[in-house]
Write a protein of this length. Sequence first.
Length: 285
Amino acid sequence: MPAPASDPDHHPSRANGAAEDELDNDDDDRSSGFATDSDAEEYVLSKLSMVPDVPQEHCHIDTSAVLSFEQYPRAVHICEDSSAGCGGKTWEAAQVLSDHLVHRWTIDRAALRGKTIVELGAGTGCVGILAGMLLADAEMQQTESSDASRKKGEVVITDMLFLDLMQKNVELNLSEEEQQFVRVEELKWGTPLSEAVRQQYDIILASDCVYLESAFEPLLQTLNDLCGPNTEALIVSKRRRKADKRFFEKLRKQFNITEIKDDPKYPVFSRQGLSIVSARKKSGR
């Protein structure tokens, strides 16, 4: 039986339609940069009138969240849709992965320039939107004398559900100029890739995608399909069950995996049961 929409551990988009296993319940861990949820919701809903031509009947906006960062001046303002379960909400794993991207940005602000990036099981799209901000900033800082033949970077935000919600959030946060570097596409794990997403990316982003055991094989197949010899997959997961370890056991057979412990917020998120791993496909795979 599927969990009710209020269950904070139920992510139908993360499972791409798979039936739910029995999980431990966690407290609501959404991130918010406002004093209260109502303050955040009022701000985001007030901005919706500025977002044109997105068919609102396809998504039900009922809550909101804000991801803010200590070392990056912009915040990501997110509309949420809980009508189809928790996949349309913002969770702490997304904040952790976003914080890590900002940490990398502080080390090298041009690190994402020219990179192709895909977010899997994006839900609200918040991580991909933050990546789009960082990438667009790097791309638009190029001087007029730059090599015109240089590859332009791109962020592709994917999920099986919530496409209208993700598009709404893209338009809520990014200028028209920035949106040329970001697009929303449908992607169901374990199925043949469409032309829209069929390529080998430089970076794959996945937050809270290691969730249902029945989705492990489809997710592994999609990771393999999207990874080239130089691809880095950044995966943030939360320890919930012993079964989750089996995903990483399977992943290690095909990928070299390193847990990232040099992130400045590692002591905080590791105590919350969260981890960031960097995975690269083994040679010959």
